[in-house]
Write a protein of this length. Structure first.
Length: 73
């Protein structure tokens, strides 16, 4: 019983850690986009189109179908 609880706690801690990392990455990307918008002083649509066209600014999930298509990384 203790082993099962330990596995559940470990799984929960891993899930929370992954979620916190994802949230931090999203905040970083938003901050970068806002900074780029202010630096470029253009319309937000144009700036975001330029910013998102760079592959380095796509999400970090390997094989994400939205960002990487069929190829994966």
């Amino acid at each position: 019983m203790i082993t099962a609880l330990l596995y559940l706690v470990t799984f929960g801690a891993g899930f929370i850690t992954c979620d916190l990392v994802r949230i931090a990455q999203e905040r970083l990307r938003l901050r970068q986009a806002v900074r780029f918008t202010v630096d470029a002083a253009g319309s937000p649509d144009k700036v975001l189109r330029i910013w998102s066209s760079h592959r380095a600014n796509w999400c970090d999930r390997p094989g994400c179908p939205r960002c990487w298509g069929r190829r994966g990384r």
